[in-house]
Design a protein around this ligand. Structure first.
Ligand code: DP6
Length: 397
């Protein structure tokens, strides 16, 4: 009897958070960006997409399940379909195997709705696992394919700090690693997951609107990003946090200024986001150098890059100003998910900072932040070991 499965593979892929944002496309279909962008890849253990793909001669159709919901992979809008077709075109496997249908199951270990770069991790994972299935394993090639799913996904194919070169066509618009995940081990990332039920304008929709209506967007992509890119790469290579933070915050601010400059204007930040910006600014002024760098994507969640030694103080301040109150009026401290090392040091003194924040008008915003994720810079995607040799029954062909 012919074997049922040709192969089953599982992979994990990381989230990335841009410090020089990708915003605007020159080609909607290929997802070619109007400017280069640069991001830090976050640790797989704390936040990742996990995707399993199975191929079988018995499957009737290609299927995709995302967070337990079946997706319409045949719809004209399906980026997964585009990616799958492209993989089959590029693969050197036998035509017989390429005919077999695949079932793909993917989930994120963080809330998709929280707007935390879930599509970047998801499409990077899909490209990686399908690439390993179809014998396309070169990271640059996979980065190109991941981009067809979601632009920012091309950066999640690499660990450390990663630059996406805008290029001028499908071949040249690729990501590459600037430094790997071990280069700057003191660099940490704290994500403040903000409680907000509002349905945001999606990134794809938002950037199209900005390209069509904002005059600031081309000024940024042509005149600002090239110089900013050189400076931030230099700061990363020199481990110069002060400059890294300065550029990161400027770029986040400018991206949100472009959103406001779009018609109708797009508002991704809310009161809690703005309060985090104020807190970070007061801290940086207090120390006379940047200790924290906030950045916001197409949603209200704050991603804060900071060095390890400042994590306990910053966490304590955020916990102080964003308390959780339950229905009975009991106050709880914000929960910290992910890495616990040092982030909960009870002896940390934040007294003088609290005085300054208080006099600058910072007040408690109850139930505005849902929880914190404490993480670091991590590696690119990985195959999940314990699955690798499972169920590999070669078909009789
Ligand atoms: C604000 O990659 O989600 O997070 O290519 O249309 O799928 P599409 O957009 P997407 O955009 C991400 C935008 C951003 C900035 C960034 O990650 O660089």
């Amino acid at each position: 009897m012919a074997a049922q499965y040709y192969k089953i593979l599982t992979a994990k892929a990381p989230v990335n958070i841009a410090v020089i944002k990708y915003w605007g496309k020159s080609n909607e279909k290929l997802k070619l960006p109007i400017n280069d962008s640069l991001s830090g890849t976050l640790n797989l253990d704390d936040m990742c997409a996990t995707t399993t793909v199975a191929v079988s001669s018995t499957f009737q159709e290609d299927e995709l399940w995302l967070n337990q919901e079946k997706q319409d992979i045949e719809s004209a809008k399906s980026h997964a379909r585009v990616m799958l077709d492209e993989m089959r075109k590029l693969s050197k496997l036998s035509p017989k195997i390429l005919q077999y249908k695949v079932h793909i199951v993917s989930y994120n270990n963080f809330p998709t709705a929280a707007g935390l770069a879930s599509s970047a991790a998801g499409y990077a994972c899909l490209a990686y696992v399908l690439g390993h299935l179809y014998g396309i394993e070169d990271s640059t090639q996979l980065s190109r394919l991941a981009r067809m799913g979601s632009g920012s996904a091309c950066r999640s194919l690499f660990g450390g700090f990663v630059r996406w070169h805008k290029g001028h066509n499908h071949e040249t618009s690729i990501a590459s690693q600037i430094v790997n995940e071990t280069y700057w081990p003191e660099m940490k990332v704290l994500i403040c997951v903000i409680n907000d039920n509002k349905k945001d304008v999606s990134s794809s929709e938002g950037m199209l609107r900005s390209v069509q209506t904002s005059s600031l967007i081309s000024y940024r992509s042509e005149k600002i990003v090239p110089g900013r890119m050189d400076k931030i790469i230099d700061a990363i290579k020199k481990k110069d946090f002060d400059s890294f933070a300065e550029i990161t915050m400027q770029d986040s601010n400018q991206f949100h200024a472009i959103c406001l400059d779009s018609k109708p204007p797009i508002f991704y930040l809310n009161d809690a986001s703005r309060q985090i910006i104020k807190i970070c600014s007061i801290i940086n002024t207090h120390f006379g150098q940047n200790k924290v760098a906030y950045t916001f994507d197409a949603g209200p969640n704050a991603c804060v890059y900071l060095l390890e030694d400042f994590v306990p103080q910053f966490v304590k301040l955020i916990q102080q100003y964003f308390p959780i109150k339950d229905g009975l009026g009991n106050t709880k401290k914000l929960e910290i998910r992910g890495q616990q090392n040092g982030s909960t040091d009870l002896n940390t003194d934040i007294g003088s900072l609290v005085d300054q924040l208080q006099s600058a008008g910072i007040r408690d915003l109850v139930n505005s932040v849902s929880y914190l994720i404490s993480t670091s810079i991590g590696s690119g995607p990985k195959l999940v070991e314990d699955h690798m040799n499972d169920n590999i029954l070669e078909p009789q062909i």
